[in-house]
Design a protein around this ligand. Structure first.
Ligand code: FO1
Length: 333
C-alpha cells in the first residue's frame, strides 16, 4: 500500500491533526507543508507562527488551550520588555523566544527557512518532515474597511476587528514552491493529501497561491481530502467564521467545501452538520461525516485514523471511474 501522506496546514487546528497523523504514521511517511503567509519580523526576530505551531505540536510541546506558543511557558522577557516601554502586543514566551532567536541567527548566517525548520524540528525530537510552503517571503496582507494591514497587525494587534474586504499574498507570485513540498506531492508512493482544518482563506490559500502548488495538488497520484474548520456554523478557533461572512459566503462547513471545489475529492464535515441535506454537495466531491473536534490527543489520533481510512476507498473509486471524482483527470491513465 502507498505509504506517504502530505498535510497542508496552518497553525492551531492544522497542527493538531498533523500531530494526530504523527501518532499513526512513521516519521518519514508524513510531510507537513506549512503556511508562511503569517510570518513577519518582530523585535528584529523572524517569527513563523504556523511552522512553530506544527513543530511544537509534533514535539508534544504545544499549548492546546492557547493554540500557539509552548506549554508551561514563562513570561519574564515580556514583563521586562513591558517595564522598558517596549511593544507587548505580540506575546513571546521565554522558551518560544529562544526558538525565534536561534532561527534568526541561523538565517542571518545564510540558512534557508526550510533548513532551519528542519534543524529545529530535529532538535526537538520531531521525526515528520515540516516544510515551509516556500523559502521565499510571502506575506498575507488584509485589505479591510480601515485600510490594508499586515496579517499579525490585523490578527493579534487589532484582534480581527476590522472588516475584511479581500486578501492578498505579497510575494506569492515570485515565490518558488519548496522543492521538498513538490517532491512529496509528486511521490509515486503518495497515499493521501490532507487539507487540514485550517482557515481556508489565510492558512490554505497562501499555500495554493505559490506557483506550482495548486498544480501539484491537482496532479497528485492520490486522493485529496479536506477537513472542515467550521463546526455547527462556528469556527473552532480564530476568525474563519467572521471571514466567511465578511467575504459574502455562508458561514457553514458546506461553504468551505464549495470553496475547495475542483481541488479535493472528499470533504470531512462534523457529525453535528449531518442533518443538512447532502444534495448541495459540490459536484465530484464526497461528503464524509466524522467527529472533527479535537479536544485532546486521543481525539487527534481518532480523527487522523478516520481520515487515513478514506484513502483506499477513494483511490479505488478513482481508479474504477478513471478519475479522481470530477476534480481532475486521473494522472495514472
Ligand atoms: N496570537 C495571539 O493571539 N496573540 C499573541 O500574542 C500571539 C503571539 C504569538 C507568538 C508566537 C507565535 O508563534 C504565535 C503567536 N500567536 C499569537 C499566534 C499567531 O499569531 C496566530 O495564531 C497565527 O499566525 C494564526 O495561525
Amino acid at each position: 500500500m502507498n505509504s506517504r501522506v502530505v498535510a497542508l496546514s496552518g497553525g492551531v487546528g492544522g497542527a493538531k491533526l498533523v500531530q494526530g497523523l504523527s501518532q499513526l504514521l512513521d516519521g518519514a511517511a508524513l510531510t507537513a507543508i506549512v503556511n508562511t503567509g503569517d510570518d513577519f519580523e518582530h523585535l528584529g526576530l523572524r517569527i513563523s507562527p504556523d511552522i512553530d505551531s506544527v513543530v511544537y505540536a509534533l514535539a508534544g510541546l504545544d499549548d492546546p488551550e492557547r493554540g500557539w506558543g509552548r506549554c508551561g511557558e514563562s513570561w519574564t522577557f515580556m514583563a521586562a520588555l513591558k517595564a522598558l516601554g517596549g511593544p507587548t502586543w505580540f506575546a513571546l514566551g521565554d522558551g518560544d523566544l529562544a526558538l525565534h532567536v536561534e532561527r534568526t541567527r541561523r538565517m542571518a548566517e545564510g540558512a534557508t527557512l526550510g533548513e532551519v525548520t528542519q534543524q529545529l524540528a530535529r532538535a526537538l525530537g520531531v521525526r515528520a518532515r515540516v516544510v515551509p510552503m516556500s523559502d521565499d517571503p510571502v506575506r498575507t496582507r488584509v485589505i479591510t474597511d480601515e485600510g490594508e494591514l499586515g496579517f499579525q497587525d490585523y490578527f493579534v494587534n487589532r484582534r480581527c476587528a476590522p472588516r475584511i474586504r479581500s486578501l492578498r499574498f505579497e510575494g506569492a507570485d515570485r515565490a518558488r514552491a519548496h522543492p521538498e513540498a513538490l517532491e512529496a506531492l509528486s511521490a509515486p508512493d503518495l497515499r493521501l493529501v490532507i487539507v487540514c482544518p485550517s482557515n481556508p482563506f489565510v492558512s490554505i490559500e497562501p499555500i495554493l497561491a505559490v506557483p506550482g502548488m495548486r498544480a501539484a495538488l491537482e496532479s497528485a497520484r492520490a486522493p485529496v481530502i479536506a477537513v472542515t474548520p467550521i463546526i455547527g456554523g462556528r469556527a473552532v478557533k480564530g476568525p474563519a467564521a467572521k471571514m466567511l461572512a465578511e467575504l459574502g459566503l455562508a458561514v457553514s462547513a458546506r461553504a468551505v467545501a464549495r470553496h475547495y471545489s475542483g481541488l479535493i475529492d472528499a470533504f470531512v464535515l462534523d457529525r453535528i452538520d449531518e442533518q443538512e441535506p447532502a444534495a448541495d454537495a459540490p459536484a465530484g466531491m464526497r461528503l464524509v461525516y466524522a467527529d472533527t473536534l479535537m479536544r485532546d490527543r486521543d481525539d487527534r489520533r481518532r480523527l487522523a485514523a478516520e481520515v487515513l481510512s478514506l484513502a483506499e476507498p477513494l483511490a479505488t473509486e478513482a481508479v474504477s471511474a478513471h478519475t479522481h471524482g470530477a476534480r481532475r483527470p486521473d494522472p495514472r491513465r
